[in-house]
Design a protein around this ligand. Structure first.
Ligand SMILES: C[S@@+](CC[C@H](N)C(=O)[O-])C[C@H]1O[C@@H](n2cnc3c(N)ncnc32)[C@H](O)[C@@H]1O
Length: 211
């Protein structure tokens, strides 16, 4: 027996995660493909489990780690999962086939903003985990496509820690992204029709609920 468990190993003693989680994580680590942190994954699963959103839009599904967290938290939820990277969408299809969850997912090769501006559909939950530079412009479109009392959840609001350096001269390479993320957080928190919560989980999680 191990002498000391990590928090994840301890928590895993009380939850029955499908083996596919480990497979996706191993693939992500080996191939430098970013996936959701386990802390953010657990929070996302908790919110999906409590709110039971019927229709979910996921912007930036990558290789479907976050998709699996949401699908396994609520059996009645259906997900439209977008990504601009065709290779990752192919891997998502493969992982979702293996977990037998593919029938509940529509994988779409399109950018979030473009998809939303062409769609009239409403979603009960919109999960944003795409390019950080695009968050600010997504907010209004997401709000328009949110059903009453729907949730917007956004990962990476710390932008890998870059947000902790408000003096932009310290982060010259990512100035635009930092400005966009500052703008996104400020607009979400001051939005008159959103109740907004910022959580110090993983790389920072924002949860906003339509009033
Ligand atoms: C951090 S990864 C997503 C990780 C994924 N949510 C997971 O936990 O497995 C970000 C993904 O967003 C995709 N992406 C980037 N810009 C996008 C956009 N404008 N619309 C949709 N997807 C985008 C990238 O191709 C990448 O796969």
């Amino acid at each position: 027996m191990k002498e000391r468990l990590s928090p994840t190993e301890f928590l895993d003693c009380f939850s029955s995660r499908l083996p596919i989680f480990q497979e996706i994580q191993t693939y992500g680590r080996a191939n430098q493909v970013p996936i959701l942190s386990d802390a953010a994954g657990r929070a996302l699963a908790m919110l999906v489990g409590l709110f039971r959103p019927e229709r979910i839009l996921e912007i930036g599904c990558g290789i479907s780690y976050s998709t699996h967290w949401m699908l396994t938290a609520s059996e009645s939820s259906q997900i439209i999962a977008l990504d601009t990277n065709l290779v990752r969408l192919g891997l998502s299809e493969r992982f979702l086939t293996r977990s037998r969850l593919l029938p509940r997912v529509e994988l779409v090769h399109q950018a979030g903003l473009e998809y939303l501006t062409q769609s009239k559909a409403l979603y009960d939950l919109i999960f944003i985990d795409s390019t950080k530079k695009g968050y600010a412009e997504l907010l209004d479109e997401c709000y328009k496509h949110l059903s009453p009392e729907g949730l917007i959840i956004a990962d990476n609001i710390f932008f890998g820690g870059l947000m902790f350096y408000p003096d932009l001269s310290l982060v010259p390479r990512n100035k635009a992204g930092v400005r966009q993320m500052q703008n996104f957080c400020a607009r979400a928190s001051s939005h008159p029709r959103l109740d907004c919560y910022f959580l110090e989980l993983g790389d920072g999680l924002m949860v906003a609920r339509k009033k």
